[in-house]
Design a protein around this ligand. Structure first.
Ligand code: ZN
Ligand code: FE
Length: 256
């Protein structure tokens, strides 16, 4: 089975919706359709028929297109069991350790609470694709709205365990603002400096910075490095517990 062909669909002001398509089987999944219109346009342009809708969490900018797309295409809606009360009409609900089957492509489900209590991520190993919603961003992570700093750090550790080759398909184009913040806490990281420069060039050309490669995030994303003594020292917390370091970095970003 060939890997998914994955298309990035910009939506709303800075959301990314993804189409994952298999030409052999005709299966097409959409991940986090914030709105239906650009998704329908992208499908129509390619002659694809939507078969599955995957949701990472309940926020409207990830689910707003569910109803219309499910109705029009009869697509199967899959999302987090613990957000059943907040996402209408899910056909299949999943928990940590479950595997979703999208036309034979197997997606491992990780529960990644923090941004929302029931947030999940999907890891399709056969396509090197990590759909992580608003948990992990390029050079950043989601705001901790519903969970605790400890939960969000645990979620970072879960995603960190995915193979480094993973392409990170996150929910938003927040990369440049994340980059400015990352440099403020980790100014001497030469790998980070180089990546920021690459991202600036991409954005000047009007290109998306997504997907990024997980291995690059491990070297440069401060939220994945809360247990790195170098980062702890750089923010004036040498020897501190990783949860405390993570919480401090997240709080600084909230106020940046
Ligand atoms: Zn969100
Ligand atoms: Fe979002």
């Amino acid at each position: 089975m060939a890997p998914f062909e994955i298309i990035l669909v910009p939506a709303m002001s800075d959301n990314y919706v993804y189409l994952a398509h298999d030409a052999d089987t005709g299966v097409t999944a959409v991940v986090d359709p914030s709105e239906a219109e650009p998704v329908e346009a992208a499908l129509t342009a390619r002659g694809w028929k939507l078969t599955h809708i995957l949701n990472t969490h309940h926020h409207l900018d990830h689910t707003g297109g569910n109803a219309w797309l499910a109705e029009k295409y009869g697509a199967t809606l899959i999302g987090p069991k613990s957000e059943t009360a907040r996402i209408a009409n899910m056909d299949i609900t999943v928990v940590e350790g479950d595997t979703v089957d999208v036309g034979g492509h197997k997606g491992a489900v990780y529960e990644t609470p923090g941004h929302t209590k029931g947030h999940i991520a999907f890891w399709f190993a056969d396509s090197d694709a990590l759909f992580c919603g608003d948990t992990l961003f390029a050079l950043g992570c989601g705001r901790v709205f519903e969970g605790t700093m400890e939960q969000m750090w645990d979620s970072m550790l879960k995603l960190r365990a995915v193979p480094g080759t993973a392409q990170v398909y996150c929910g938003h184009e927040y990369t440049l603002s994340n980059a400015r913040f990352a440099l403020s806490v980790d100014p001497d990281n030469t790998r980070l400096q180089a990546r920021v420069h690459e991202f600036e060039v991409m954005r000047e050309r009007g290109q998306p910075t997504i997907p990024t490669v997980l291995a690059d995030e491990l070297d440069t994303n401060p939220f994945l490095r809360a247990d790195d003594p170098t980062l702890a020292a750089a923010i004036g917390m040498p020897g501190a517990d990783p949860v405390a370091v993570f919480g401090e970095v997240r709080t600084r970003k909230d106020n940046f």
